[in-house]
Ligand binder design. Sequence first.
Ligand SMILES: *[C@@H]1O[C@H](CO)[C@@H](O)[C@H](O)[C@H]1NC(C)=O
Ligand SMILES: *[C@@H]1O[C@H](CO)[C@@H](O)[C@H](O)[C@H]1NC(C)=O
Ligand SMILES: *[C@@H]1O[C@H](CO)[C@@H](O)[C@H](O)[C@H]1NC(C)=O
Length: 501
Amino acid sequence: MITTMNPRVARLSILVFCVLGLAFGFLYAYRDSPTASRLLQTIPILSDDRSHSSNRPVTDKKPEGPPPPKYKPLPKNPPPLITDPFPLLATTSKDVLPPPIPAYNVPHPDLHHRYGLSRPPPLFIGFTRQWPMLLQAVVSYITAGWPASGIYVVENTGVHNSNRAGRLSLQNPFFLNHTTLRRLGVNVIQTPVLLNFAQMQNFFLDVAYQEDHKYYFYSHQDVLVFSLEDGSDQEHRPGDREWDTYDEEDKKATVLNPSAAGEEGYRTIYENCLREINTTATRKEKWGFRWFQYDHLTLVNRAALEAVGGWDSMIPYYGTDCDMNGKLGMDGWTTKHRRAGIINDVSSVMADLEALYRNPAITPGFVDPNPLPPDQEASIKEKSKWKVKEGSNGEKAYSNTTAMPTDPKAYFRILNQVGIDMGAHKYRDGDHQRNRWQKSQQGGLGEPYYYDPEGFARAFQLLTGAGMRIYTEKWGHQGCDVAEKTQLKLQDQWRVENDFE
Ligand SMILES: *[C@@H]1O[C@H](CO)[C@@H](O)[C@H](O)[C@H]1NC(C)=O
Ligand SMILES: *[C@@H]1O[C@H](CO)[C@@H](O)[C@H](O)[C@H]1NC(C)=O
Ligand SMILES: *[C@@H]1O[C@H](CO)[C@@H](O)[C@H](O)[C@H]1NC(C)=O
């Protein structure tokens, strides 16, 4: 409803308003005179400290209304600007192909047939932030022998077509270069809107239905993977769990004495993953997940996820894995830690990813994209369980010689040590610094669908906390061991009282 005012009343009001305004204006202009300032002090909105200071221009007058915002202090140690970690691709034209990978890792196009699969299963790698980490993960899979055509980067950035159209800058945390991924032969799928982790997992599941895949793999983007090129590898990495084996022969082939590159029986990480699908099918086990270093690389049985109702989107980030594993456990779907290759859980990026192609002109080394202040770094280093064996903070090169070995297997041994050190660097302060990399790009202001990077990280933290509370209330249980420590069944969710005080 619109109310109208009598025009005479309106005119009168305007006149009164103007006269009052003029009077205040005069008083303010002559505020340094004693009379004016006394008068001004009786008018509450004008009598703050600032109206007493002399020589302040009239335009600085504080407007009526809410107080101005109080800004938080600027972050103390902003991360350095990032550089693209694969200069060869970033600085050459589109028709320049990536270098060849070591011959012994080149996947045979029909490899999946050998394991009874009519089509290769997809490997999904979800991406939200930090392009250098993603590119590193992708390149490491390819050079370890995973066919690029089987890799599906799932762009989950919420920036719509901006990356596809090349409209974001490298310093924007959501930057991703479609051209570079295409040149590598990798597929990119875009989520329609920004999804949380649980929703993104359900999205993978959805693609598996659409594309009719009974099994699929997913990987996190903060990994550096290798095949067991040097045979047996007894290094214990921070993310490793005890490996599950099916029998003595399997233990020898996967853990104790796998064949090295060039030897009879050598299998890349990709081939071992295909083999695992075959093994699970042959054993007719009721299985859900096969973890190749907890869930950094996971093989998923779609039927198991269907049986337990998929991922709980209400538990957006951490804790949603506890919920899923709990549900699988309660419903009798096995999950096992299997060895397929080397997976380094990392938070830093190799300075030049061309090293993964064993280019002898490149000495491998890594860079922390969000380093700690030196004094803090030094105090951590003192008490750290995981030691970076060579190089300080990873920037140092790994050899004194300018030329690296031309033999790819000899080069691998150096690369492998870099990977071990990168994993140690991530966990040098236990769990405290492991996700710092997620805040390593802070640019992009003014670009399409810009979101404040600090705010994004903080909101993520708050949602994580809320998700943990939902998990606890859903099962009436605290801790990630709901299948082992309770007698709960799948149907009990949201229906039980707390089992704790
Ligand atoms: C496993 O692979 C072998 C060939 O290596 C094939 O004969 C067999 O049918 C496969 N098993 C299943 C269950 O797919
Ligand atoms: C993406 O990478 C290509 C090289 O592969 C480069 O020419 C292009 O400028 C990059 N795009 C953006 C938006 O940085
Ligand atoms: C580099 O060379 C020096 C002396 O020649 C040696 O002490 C050092 O261990 C070498 N470092 C590496 C990483 O090989």
